[in-house]
Design a protein around this ligand. Structure first.
Ligand code: ATP
Ligand code: MG
Length: 323
């Protein structure tokens, strides 16, 4: 049994430029929970904080990315691992219980090491011995021939490299896998193969998936839960079918209505304005400068995430009516 509880997670980048301190309000009070077998998709425009959330969930905190409040609790069977302002317990079980496929995941593959050595390095760092047979079997399951073990990352195609990264991330059968834009650099055919692969791994193992993309059209038939982020905040989360059928946040509605459909030649409405600069985010609801329904309250106070029905939450002072 696996569960993840995220409560009021707030994390900022604090960087120094030309001797001046700059704070980037990248993640504000994000709360959600997941259970065994959930497949969560996180969607939002570039710069809305998706990768920041992934890094904090994984416990990849550094001097610049600082957790200012809230916490993440992972429960793997009976053991709880916490990430918060003062502890980072989940680091102890990286790869074994929690795996992360970072954006531009090629960085996971050391260009100077053959794939065989990359596997043995990972196993060695966990006190395990490299055993070729089980790796060959695992690669075969993921559609990779064993001769790639002798190859260097640069000798593989983009799709194969992504499969290798997925093979590394899933080898120890972790309970939670976080994948940040694992398909965005690939052509559509390869992209679809990788998505089908992730779906199959999810179905065949008892793992919980967190999948990040800016492309909402990938989500149906992939994820059972959908989270929408805007400007460092979580604006809507619920069952994928419910959110698609009845989005309650105006931004979610814009995103869904922007998906192109064959045969539909009606003009698509684009979202007016630009995403916020997170070093100087808007007051109140961060979407208010672009929202057609904005009122005074929206400018003044950030709306809390509230239950609207079933398992469906929205952070909006004037949620859309159920459809
Ligand atoms: P994309 O879809 O382009 O990957 P994203 O949703 O993953 O975007 P993040 O990378 O989480 O967005 O960035 C959130 C905010 O934090 C942005 O304003 C970004 O400029 C800023 N940011 C990201 N990484 C750093 C960093 N290392 N130092 C300072 N600011 C950063
Ligand atoms: Mg990103």
């Amino acid at each position: 049994m696996t569960s993840i509880q995220v409560r009021d997670l707030t994390a900022h980048y604090i960087v120094e430029r030309y001797g001046e301190k700059k704070e980037i309000y990248a993640l504000e009070k994000v709360s959600f929970s997941l259970n065994t077998n959930d497949f969560l998709a996180i969607v939002g425009e570039s710069g809305c904080g998706k990768s920041t959330l992934a890094k904090v969930l994984y416990g990849e905190i550094n001097n610049q990315l600082v957790i200012l409040g809230g916490e993440v609790n992972y429960q793997f069977d009976d053991v709880v691992y916490t990430v918060n302002t003062s502890v980072n317990e989940v680091k102890k079980v990286w790869w074994e219980k929690l795996s992360y496929i970072p954006q531009a995941s090629l960085s996971v593959l050391n260009p100077l090491r053959r794939i065989r050595d990359i596997f043995s390095d990972m196993l060695f760092s966990h006190g395990k011995v490299y055993e070729e047979n089980s790796i060959v079997k695992h690669l075969d399951d993921l559609g990779l021939p064993s001769h790639i073990l002798n190859m260097y990352p640069f000798e593989l195609s983009g799709g194969m490299r992504q499969r290798v990264v997925i093979a590394l991330a899933t080898f120890m059968n972790p309970g939670v896998i976080i994948a940040d834009e694992p398909t965005s650099a690939l052509d559509v055919v390869t992209q679809n193969e990788i998505l089908q692969l992730l779906k199959r791994i999810h179905r065949e193992t008892d793992s919980t998936f967190i999948f990040i993309t800016h492309d909402i059209s990938l989500i149906p038939n992939l994820a059972n839960k959908l989270m929408i982020m805007y400007g460092g905040t979580l604006v809507e989360i619920g069952e994928t079918d419910t959110v698609f059928a009845s989005p309650r946040h105006p931004y979610t509605k814009f995103l869904i209505s922007s998906i192109p459909r064959i045969g539909d030649d009606t003009e698509k409405q684009s979202i007016p304005g630009y995403p916020p600069d997170l070093s100087n985010p808007p007051s109140g609801c961060r979407f208010h400068p672009r929202c057609p329904f904005s009122e005074r309250k929206c400018e003044e106070k950030m709306p809390p995430l509230e239950l609207v029905d079933g398992n469906h939450y929205v952070a909006c002072w004037k949620p859309l009516k159920e459809q």
